[in-house]
Design a binder for this molecule. Structure first.
Ligand code: PLP
Length: 407
């Protein structure tokens, strides 16, 4: 800023700050500061929402389908958190589709058996005449590695939705790269605060921003992140512009606001989840709990080796089958019976009720939010008592009537 410009400012305002090189801040700080506009006098602290389809000529963007300052701010902060360059999409599924679309026709994609139903359904729907699909248990490293031979893309979800299986990401990346595959990791469950797949060797990271990143169950968005300095993001941006299904600036703004509190929400939700997983594991109505933070969990050591925490997602099965599990989901008073996850509020649902979901019929997926943990536990105990009541009814043999016996 010139002296003349400085004098035009209010006489009460101090001179504009001149920053030298900035220190290396932690992820918790970067979630708050990255992607902010430059600190110009009277400039806003936060990136405002920019509603624009058209821009004045001579700039790098020109048209609203090709770029938007609110998108850029959100991409900046997610890119910093994941350690790469981010491109946002209109939904998590749009981000996933953009990565799949990079596989040439006829190429093979290795995909987890257990994983988000939408991804599996999209792959199956889009596959006809385009790709070969090879489905594997992604936690079985040897099986996944042998499926990689001659394939183009290894798709990883870890922990998987909803079974909470953990893949050995570094080992899979090493093996896949040796075979010339790209590795993409859906990091929606862990967020970049709980796991950084690019640091573990992945080529691409995908998120449904809709979930924990945005965090308030009011926006649908997705993102792909690639290592800095690669051309992949240019190609993804080009496809986003040409495909035309672009994110709305208001959605980007809401998600940006959500990301600012991600460290607080993630810390609280994760602490709650750890406590609830422990308590669920010793509840008599619970048959099995899947949470990698439990010392006895099958994937605990693997999770500890590659994750910075264990996240907010828990899967558990109740005794008494489908009707007991449905009774539990329908009896909560605080935890919302709803399908999505990652909100500030806790939510629960029986996953196998959805067509195509291949999981245990009584498995409940619990997305733990930021409420008081004792209130959450009281609600779960209430729901499990309802499940127990149904279980006892189902298990009690019904006395046969004379009429029944003669049939
Ligand atoms: N990935 C995972 C792990 C998900 O759970 C979901 C949605 O539930 C998606 C991707 C798809 O994201 P969106 O609903 O934002 O399209």
């Amino acid at each position: 800023m010139t002296n003349e410009e400085n004098e035009r400012r209010s006489p009460l305002s101090p001179p504009a700050k001149v920053h030298g090189e900035l220190p290396k801040w932690s992820a918790a700080t970067q979630a708050i500061v990255a992607g902010r506009p430059p600190g110009e006098p009277d400039g806003p602290l936060n990136q405002p929402v920019v509603f624009a389809s058209n821009y004045h000529a001579h700039g790098p963007v020109a048209y609203g389908r090709d770029g938007n300052p609110t998108w850029t701010a959100l991409e900046d902060v997610i890119g910093v958190l994941e350690g790469g360059t981010a491109v946002i999409f209109a939904s998590g599924m749009a981000a996933i589709a953009a990565v799949f679309d990079q596989v040439a026709i006829g190429g093979a994609i290795v995909l987890p058996n257990d994983g988000y139903t939408g991804t599996r359904a999209f792959a199956s729907a889009a596959v006809a005449g385009r790709w070969e699909l090879r489905r594997v248990d992604i936690s079985d490293t040897d099986a996944a590695m042998s499926a990689c031979h001659g394939a183009a893309l290894l798709w990883v979800e870890s922990p998987t939705n909803p079974n909470m299986d953990v893949a050995d990401i570094p080992e899979l990346c090493r093996a896949a790269h040796a075979e010339g595959l790209q590795v993409a990791v859906d990091n929606t469950f862990m967020t970049p605060l709980g796991q950084r797949p690019l640091d573990l060797g992945a080529d691409l990271v995908v998120h449904s921003i809709t979930k924990m990143l945005a965090g308030h169950s009011d926006v649908i968005l997705g993102v792909v992140v690639a290592p800095p300095g690669t051309s992949q993001c240019d190609e993804l941006r080009r496809r986003r512009s040409l495909g035309g299904a672009i994110p709305g600036p208001m959605e980007a703004y809401l998600a940006l606001r959500g990301v600012r509190t991600l460290p607080l929400r993630f810390r609280q939700a994760q602490a709650n989840a750890g406590e609830l997983a422990l308590r669920l594991a010793s509840h008599p109505e619970v048959e099995r709990v899947r949470y990698p933070g439990l010392a006895g969990d099958r994937w605990h050591d693997r999770a500890r080796a590659q994750m910075q925490g264990f996240g907010n997602m828990i899967a558990f099965e109740v005794h008494g089958g489908v009707s007991a599990a449905e009774a539990a989901a329908n009896s909560t008073r605080l935890i919302v019976h709803a399908t999505s996850l990652g909100g500030i509020e806790s939510s629960i649902e029986r996953r196998a009720k959805w067509p195509g979901e291949q999981t245990a019929p009584s498995l409940l997926r619990l997305s733990v939010g930021c409420e008081d943990v004792e209130d959450l536990w009281a609600d779960l105990k209430h729901a499990l008592a309802a499940a127990g009541k149904v279980r006892r009814t189902v298990e009690t043999p019904v006395s046969l009537t004379t009429q029944d016996q003669t049939r």
